[in-house]
Design a binder for this molecule. Structure first.
Ligand SMILES: [Zn+2]
Length: 60
């Protein structure tokens, strides 16, 4: 029963959420912290692409 504790030996605290819609960079959830931004259209962006996208479309 207690042997379940041994399974996590590496840096498995991050969970792959998906890939950036723009640059296809891997987006992870790190210990509850989302490594990117998900738009209202359910598209995922890394911070860099999201920032540039916001500059192009400041109204949205
Ligand atoms: Zn990106």
């Amino acid at each position: 029963m207690i042997s379940l504790l041994v399974t996590e030996g590496k840096d498995e605290m991050k969970e792959l959420i998906g890939y950036c819609t723009s640059c296809e960079k891997e987006i992870y959830c790190l210990e509850g912290f989302f490594n990117g931004v998900q738009s209202s259209e359910r598209k995922i962006y890394c911070f860099d692409c999201y920032a540039s996208n916001q500059e192009e479309n400041p109204q949205t």
